[in-house]
Design a protein around this ligand. Structure first.
Ligand SMILES: *[C@@H]1O[C@H](CO)[C@@H](O)[C@H](O)[C@H]1NC(C)=O
Ligand SMILES: *[C@@H]1O[C@H](CO)[C@@H](O)[C@H](O)[C@H]1NC(C)=O
Ligand SMILES: *[C@@H]1O[C@H](CO)[C@@H](O)[C@H](O)[C@H]1NC(C)=O
Length: 264
């Protein structure tokens, strides 16, 4: 009897701990993992039923060189920003307007950026160390994401500037406090831009629930590099369920990936 009550209390305690540590209502393994996302909420049904999901593997045989694609048109500037613990990843939120991306006559405004590690997209089956998503949205609410993949190597100059802040964020988050944020001061998105000399374009979805589709993806051809220490810093604030926060590859289902190359 006493034993039963003990276990009852223990399971309530664990339940409380769980909901405190993982406030996002999905995860990356076990019963909250990517295979289960579609059944976790009616709002997440696209995660299971969608036919144009992300991420995808950028394989040679599915890539078509496009003459219609234009050089990437992006106008970014600086704004005060903060480093934010989103629960399922670490990101940067901007105080004001920080610029836009223009494609096919549409204007998408940069809203936020965040990292996944390891990478979500792959090149010819190869998963990289990390991936940065710059999330843009137009007036109608459609998304366009610009993505940069990282290989292991020299420290990334963007992350180098926020290493101390990442340590602070990990301290603030140690009590499982999600939504923690640390001021970054003035942050210039131009430093994140990359040259965009070549890129891949396809239509996909958000890579986290609700997995909403009709997202215009732009994956830069040029990789950035990140050091092992920086990878650890990016993962440190996250709870175990989210330390590896890459959704598995989704079927292309007949989609083609377009490639733009300025040099070709
Ligand atoms: C689904 O999304 C709507 C609108 O965002 C929200 O009001 C509702 O609570 C969500 N339902 C569930 C089951 O999460
Ligand atoms: C950025 O933050 C600083 C310090 O809080 C403030 O003085 C400055 O006005 C802010 N700049 C903008 C563009 O909001
Ligand atoms: C899909 O996104 C494009 C922007 O890329 C937008 O013009 C179009 O209206 C969207 N379609 C739907 C059904 O939301």
């Amino acid at each position: 009897m006493a034993m039963g009550i003990f276990f009852l209390i223990l399971s309530f305690a664990l339940l409380a701990l769980r909901s405190c540590a993982d406030p996002a209502n999905f995860g990356y393994h076990g019963r909250y993992g990517p295979k289960k996302w579609g059944s976790l909420s009616p709002n997440f049904s696209a995660c299971a039923k969608g036919k144009h999901q992300s991420p995808v593997d950028l394989r040679k045989e599915n890539i078509v060189y496009s003459k219609e694609l234009k050089p990437l048109e992006r106008h970014y500037h600086s704004s005060n920003a903060s480093l934010v613990h989103n629960g399922f990843n670490i990101g940067v939120h901007f105080d004001g307007k920080v610029g836009d991306l223009r494609t096919d006559g549409e204007v998408f405004y940069l809203k936020q950026m965040h990292w996944h590690s390891p990478s979500e997209h792959r090149f010819n089956g190869k998963q990289m160390e990390a991936e940065l998503h710059l999330v843009h949205q137009n007036e109608e609410g459609s998304f366009a994401v610009v993505s940069v993949l990282y290989k292991l190597g020299n420290p990334d100059t963007i992350i180098s500037k926020m290493e101390k802040k990442l340590v602070e964020l990990a301290k603030e988050s140690s009590a499982g406090y999600v939504g923690a944020h640390v001021d970054l001061g003035s942050f210039n998105v131009r430093h994140v831009k990359g040259r965009g000399q070549s890129y891949y374009r396809y239509m996909g979805s958000l890579t986290t629930p609700p997995c909403k589709e009709n997202v215009t993806w732009t994956i830069l051809g040029e990789l950035r590099s990140i050091s092992l220490q920086q990878l650890h810093l990016l993962k440190a604030p996250l709870s175990p369920q989210f330390k590896n926060n890459a959704r598995p590859i989704q079927p292309l289902d007949g989609r083609k990936i377009l490639k733009y190359s300025g040099q070709a």
